[in-house]
Design a binder for this molecule. Structure first.
Ligand SMILES: [Cu+2]
Length: 164
């Protein structure tokens, strides 16, 4: 009898572990592209900049694509940014595009060394946990695709470094 109970607990734990990532994630298809889990970190009141990340953008096609720009009603401007180590300080700079090579998954998570994000400038309101807002992405090959961004505190608690 104790054996049976333990086995059942084990199965329940495994099931919960298997279900939880998908239960808390969302994604969008655009042509050959899969935009996996767009998210933004909450911002403090009074701050007018924010950052949008993605778990990944995967190009399943045989042709390269590029993310050229983005826009959202939540902010005045959106820039494409890349994090770079400058001696021992993490800085970011605007880039003209984010490359999406063929048959490649590009990870765009917070805290990724040399990673990219979308910089929201002129936020109209602070981003709060649980908020959702649309962002329209413009890809060179695939064209435009609107995705919904989830505002959430990262599970690892890592605060994104933002020196503006
Ligand atoms: Cu930035």
């Amino acid at each position: 009898m104790p054996m049976t109970i333990r086995r059942h607990l084990c199965a329940a734990t495994l099931l919960a572990a298997a279900l939880s990532p998908s239960a808390w994630a969302h994604g969008f298809k655009a042509g050959d592209l899969a935009v996996d889990h767009p998210y933004a970190t909450p911002t403090r009141p009074g701050k007018t900049t924010g950052a949008v990340y993605f778990r990944a953008i995967k190009n399943n096609g045989t042709e390269p694509d590029r993310l050229l720009s983005a826009r959202t009603p939540a902010a005045a401007t959106v820039e494409l940014h890349r994090m770079e180590m400058d001696s021992d300080v993490m800085r970011m700079r605007a880039v003209p595009a984010i490359e999406l090579p063929a048959k490649t998954e590009v990870r765009l998570r917070h805290g990724t060394p040399n990673g990219h994000h979308l910089m929201l400038l002129g936020l109209k309101a602070p981003l709060k946990d649980g908020d959702r807002f649309p962002v329209t992405l413009t890809f060179q090959r695939t064209g435009e695709r609107e995705v919904m961004v989830w505002v959430q505190t990262p599970r690892d608690g890592a605060a994104p470094v933002h020196n503006h």
